[in-house]
Design a protein around this ligand. Structure first.
Ligand code: SF4
Ligand code: SF4
Length: 75
């Protein structure tokens, strides 16, 4: 199983709780700021995500969704 880590950039307030909690170090601070002038996070290592939901469950602004993806078939 692989996972898509979806971040609502306009909802992120830059608390970096997700970055601190993620056991797989998926998040980095992004190079850009959002419309509120906040340095947001990005899922820099999305392929390492194990779907533990720590980030989504603890984001105070519900800005993260973890979406299960079917393994991409090479056929
Ligand atoms: S926990 Fe939520 S609000 Fe905080 S940095 Fe991560 S995505 Fe942004
Ligand atoms: S679901 Fe778990 S492994 Fe995936 S990005 Fe969130 S905290 Fe990291």
């Amino acid at each position: 199983m692989s996972y898509e880590v979806k971040i609502r950039e306009d909802w992120c307030k830059g608390c970096y709780l997700c970055q601190n909690l993620c056991p797989k170090d998926v998040f980095d601070k992004a190079d850009e700021i959002n419309e509120k002038g906040i340095v947001i996070v990005k899922a820099a290592r999305e392929n390492d995500c194990i779907g533990c939901m720590q980030c989504a469950n603890h984001c105070p602004d519900l800005a993260i969704s973890i979406i299960e993806e079917e393994e991409k078939d090479a056929s």
